[in-house]
Design a protein around this ligand. Structure first.
Ligand code: C5P
Length: 402
């Protein structure tokens, strides 16, 4: 039976996520010192709960020295305020990381046991919980553990599986705590993953087709791949995405509101239905600059003369968005066959953009792309040639500071 005594160490940073670290009594508990120290250096707000067993393996003093801000609390400690400690800790946490997570803590949580501070806080928490598994290989192979893990996974708990290697019990096998940096990366990926939650992002993609007669149209070369890749990644990062797509060769993306249009005028109309309610716009569509003044009802017959079709200007959707910009972050693309950067600078200014992404026309309809990201102060970042999904990730990571 666990004694309820615990130690809580508090480290505070500004505007950063709150991570509650649970340290249980596996031999690798000493590695938690490194995890705490590294996360603290990154600026996260850290609180640490140790089980009584963990304090036998790594002294609270070690963690205190690393944290340089020690607060020791047990479940029944008298405090100067009237917070119910296990509830306030559970509510404080944006994420709970249990590292190491022993056979025991996994078993307790899977079976509804809350008999010490850590298991009680976990039981009361609504925050995402990550267990970094670490134990003896025979315990690891025990089917009861795997039943517990699969039960907890069904309830949405996350697991950072152990590595294989030489274990403290003088055997080789699975059960070693994952490398600290990998654990930290998983935690950070979790936060980054959701970094755009609450944001509404409007994306135009594909091309427009401007009819001349029932079977002919004016258009641009565009597969829609770049816009769809941005839409997909923005959604993965938690954003609400509204995709306004002209004709393209991409598959619909599950969970994204996709509004299909054909012409620039239709795209214009749809964009302005949403524009005032979005935070960010990526105008990726290759919009036709001109449309036929009159669309012939019937197929235009050829004769021996040249054909003259009168074209009229389509609205520049992005230019109009720039004119009506309030708080939106406005990001345009430009494809140029010459003077790439110079032309990009002109469009950045003319369309009142926050960023412009310049690419060579040679990459149209290709899976790959090579782009330069230019911010409104005309700072350029060149990205190496990569597939469009990779480019989408790099662009969003840069723009949203991920
Ligand atoms: O001026 P240019 O067509 O090169 O600008 C390209 C950028 O403007 C792209 O972001 C494209 O989606 C957008 N655009 C637009 N409406 C047009 C033409 C381009 O929104 N009629």
């Amino acid at each position: 039976m666990y004694n309820e005594t615990l130690s809580v160490f508090v480290i505070q940073g500004d505007n950063m996520k709150n991570i509650l670290i649970g340290v249980t009594g596996g031999i690798s508990a000493y590695k938690s010192a490194n995890i705490i120290s590294k996360l603290k250096k990154k600026g996260y707000n850290i609180k640490v709960i140790m089980t009584k067993n963990a304090t036998e393996i790594i002294t609270p003093l070690t963690l205190e020295t690393l944290a340089r801000d020690r607060v020791v609390i047990d479940m029944w400690e008298k405090k100067s305020n009237y917070d119910v400690e296990h509830i306030s800790l559970a509510e404080w946490a944006d994420l709970i990381l249990v590292a190491p997570a022993t056979y025991n803590i996994i078993g307790k949580i899977a079976n509804g046991i809350a008999d010490d501070m850590l298991s009680t806080v976990i039981s009361a928490a609504k925050a995402p919980i990550y267990f970094a598994i670490a134990m003896n290989v025979n315990m690891y192979e025990n089917p009861i553990l795997h039943e517990n893990i699969s039960k907890l996974k069904n309830y949405g708990y996350n697991f950072i599986d152990s590595d294989e290697g030489f274990l403290a019990c003088n055997t080789t096998g699975k059960g070693r705590l994952r490398n600290e940096d990998e654990i930290i990366k998983i935690v950070e990926t979790h936060f980054n993953y959701k970094i755009l939650s609450g944001k509404k992002i409007l994306i135009t993609a594909g091309r427009t087709e401007e009819k001349i007669d029932p079977i002919r149209y004016l258009s641009n070369k565009s597969s829609g791949k770049m816009g769809y890749s941005i839409a997909k990644y923005a959604k993965e990062l938690g954003a609400e995405v509204i995709l306004i797509a002209g004709p393209n060769s991409q598959e619909d993306i599950k969970g994204i509101t996709t509004i299909k249009v054909n012409t620039a005028l239709q795209m214009y109309e749809k964009v302005f239905e949403y524009y005032s309610n979005v935070d960010t716009v990526f105008a990726v569509a290759a919009v036709a600059d001109y449309r036929a003044k009159d669309i012939s009802k019937n197929k235009i017959k050829k004769n021996d003369e040249n054909l003259v079709i009168e074209l009229v200007r389509n609205p520049d959707i992005l230019f109009e968005m720039g004119k009506q910009k309030e708080n939106q972050l406005l990001i345009g693309f430009c494809a140029e066959s010459e003077n790439l950067i110079e032309n990009a600078y002109k469009k950045l200014e003319k369309k009142n953009l926050d960023y412009i992404i310049a690419n060579h026309t040679t990459y149209f309809s290709s899976n790959k792309n090579k782009v330069v990201l230019i911010d409104k102060n005309k700072n350029n970042i060149e990205f190496d040639e990569a597939n469009k999904e990779e480019i989408a990730k790099k662009l969003l990571n840069k723009i949203f500071n991920i």
